[in-house]
Design a protein around this ligand. Structure first.
Ligand code: GLC
Length: 420
């Protein structure tokens, strides 16, 4: 402690004397859950340690909105943002605008899951350092399932039947606002994740296959979307068509849903002091279409990239390495229940004690289904937005799933052209 204080005062003296130039770094970060609050605390430590100053630029929670803004800034060669928090799917699309971190991260890269590093490596360049990974869960109310003698559901139909029965009985007993199932039905990247899960867990493929084939126009995929359409207004509120992660969590955390599809960040928030479901829920893997089918979670996650246009690249890289370090990832796992990208933290006793689901989540994210971002490369955002539009149209009753998927296939074929 004493040594640390001495080192700090030495830095302050050096800064005051002008021998070390303190950098001003600007960092664009996502606002989902308590990310910003957590970052403020961590940035204070970084600032103390380095004498640098970090300005936090808060971005919308929606991955899609954040992407649109980043794309504009980067296309304009914006020098005002040095570090970007980036979604796992963006690496191939934004690679050229980010600094190659390979050399700078060579001392730590071996501590990360190789597959996650691979997802951020484009043409041999490491374009972002993984901050946390993501794979969704089916959150379920243990207390309500027990009350009605129900088992956690294995299939989508079982989930819907249990949701309906508990919803109806609880409403009769006075819980007027209770819904069976909340998820992310808004027109944005989150619906691509939900839709991919429904389709893939029904044997309907993964929209565009790793070999580039457009596979989405098939009967199993259409049946999966029709199944989800039947939930709207029966077990899911009509408003779910406008929900993103935070809206679903709002309904869930006030005790108004039996089941929720969400990412692990909702686990620690759901167990927070102000949560109506604290201690009343558990998480499991998402359902499948039929027993024996493979569970399919979409692979998510967030990373840190340094802008090619930054005039503070060394300080920006130091910030990225700090935020992705073991100490900070451990604190992030314990406080925010975000899944670490460092292998060791899955054997960490403190992490397991704070987030009992986490050791079990390692095989789940390792087995998760990637969205076709590496396949569609710079066209991924368009593929995704065409897919979520087809899904949203189906859910809102504008065209049948079969019609919408046929149109989608035609659109994707045009978009693909000769090759992705
Ligand atoms: C989560 C995932 C991210 C995904 C987003 C969709 O934040 O980590 O990969 O794109 O949800 O809403």
């Amino acid at each position: 402690m004493k040594k640390f204080a001495l080192a700090l005062s030495a830095i302050s003296v050096a800064i005051a004397a002008g021998s070390v130039r303190a950098a001003e770094i600007s960092f664009a970060a996502n606002t989902t859950g308590k990310n910003v609050e957590f970052l403020h605390n961590q940035l204070a430590i970084f600032e103390k340690n380095t004498g640098n100053h970090v300005k936090l630029v808060t971005m919308p929670s929606s991955s899609s909105e954040q992407f649109s803004q980043y794309r504009l800034w980067l296309a304009a060669g914006n020098k005002d943002v040095d570090v970007y928090q980036t979604d796992v799917i963006w690496a191939p699309q934004l690679a050229d605008q980010f600094v190659d971190l390979k050399e700078a991260a060579k001392d730590v890269v071996g501590q990360f899951f190789p597959s996650i590093i691979a997802s951020q490596t484009v043409n041999g360049r490491l374009v972002a350092l993984p901050l946390f990974t993501d794979a969704p869960a089916l959150f379920y109310r243990k207390d309500l399932l027990e009350k009605y003698g129900k088992q956690p559901p294995k299939t989508w139909d079982e989930m819907a039947a249990t949701a309906k029965e508990i919803q109806d009985k609880e409403r009769q007993a006075g819980q007027k606002d209770l819904w069976g199932y909340v998820f992310q039905g808004n027109s944005y990247e989150g619906l691509t994740c939900n839709g991919l899960e429904w389709v893939k867990s029904s044997g309907g493929g993964q929209i565009v296959e790793p070999d580039g084939t457009i596979s989405i126009n098939n009967e199993k995929a259409a049946a999966a979307l029709e199944r989800a359409k039947d939930w709207i207004g029966t077990i899911s509120p009509p408003g779910v068509l406008a929900y993103q992660e935070e809206e679903s969590r709002g309904v869930w955390q006030t005790g108004n849903a039996v089941f929720m599809r969400n990412w692990p960040y909702a686990y620690s928030l759901g167990n927070g002091a102000d949560s109506a479901v604290k201690g009343k829920f558990d998480v499991m893997t998402l359902p499948v279409a039929a027993v024996g089918d493979k569970p399919s979670s979409t692979l998510g996650g967030w990373n840190l990239a340094v802008s090619k246009y930054s005039e503070q690249q060394d300080a920006a890289i130091a910030l990225v390495k700090f935020l992705a370090s073991k100490d900070v990832q451990k604190a992030r796992a314990i406080e925010l229940s975000n899944l670490p990208t460092l292998t060791d933290l899955y054997d960490d006793k403190d992490v397991a004690a704070a987030q009992p689901f986490m050791p079990n989540w390692k095989p789940i994210f390792q087995d998760a289904v990637p969205r076709p971002s590496a396949t569609a490369k710079v066209k991924y955002n368009e593929v995704s937005s065409k897919f979520w539009t087809a899904v949203h149209n189906t859910l809102s009753g504008s065209g049948s799933a079969a019609e919408n998927l046929e149109l989608l296939e035609a659109d994707l074929t045009t978009l693909k052209g000769d090759a992705w």
